[in-house]
Design a protein around this ligand. Structure first.
Ligand SMILES: [Zn+2]
Length: 140
């Protein structure tokens, strides 16, 4: 199943790339051999560094065209990279150190006042694991 792809120009990342919609090249089917969309030849598995602003993610699994050098991420990697950038970016904007307390069964995290105002209108939170010790909390 090969479906739609999205494109990113890694060489010319603008400030606009940091906010709003960020585009990535996504190869939907990660099992099948990956072909360059321009040269139509098989791409090699490689590791790439992805830089956005002053954030760099190292050794990201990717496919690279041996002819034109075009890079593709599979959809899983692309979404992980996307979350990672979002997390790193939000940490750069503002971070809060909060204590984790526990009653033995539940873990409680006290939200900073500025954030809890917004939480009053929310009912559901979704936790997106980025890594073993990193999470993004999405309130809905
Ligand atoms: Zn190519």
């Amino acid at each position: 199943m090969r479906t739609k792809k999205k494109e990113i120009d890694y060489e010319n990342i603008t400030p606009e790339d940091l906010k709003g919609e960020v585009k990535f090249e996504v190869e939907i089917d990660s099992e099948a051999p990956v072909y360059c969309t321009d040269c139509h030849i098989k791409m090699d598995s490689t590791k790439i560094d992805i830089k956005r602003g002053n954030i760099i993610l190292m050794n990201v699994d990717a496919n690279k065209c041996p002819k034109c050098g075009k890079e593709l991420l599979d959809v899983e990697t692309a979404s992980r990279v996307e979350r990672e950038f979002a997390l790193r970016h939000s940490e750069e904007l503002k971070g809060y150190d909060v204590k984790i307390s526990s009653d033995g069964r539940n873990y409680l995290i006290r939200f900073p006042k500025e954030l809890s105002k917004m939480l009053a209108t929310k009912k559901i939170a979704k936790i997106l694991p980025i890594d073993a010790d990193e999470f993004v909390l999405k309130v809905m």
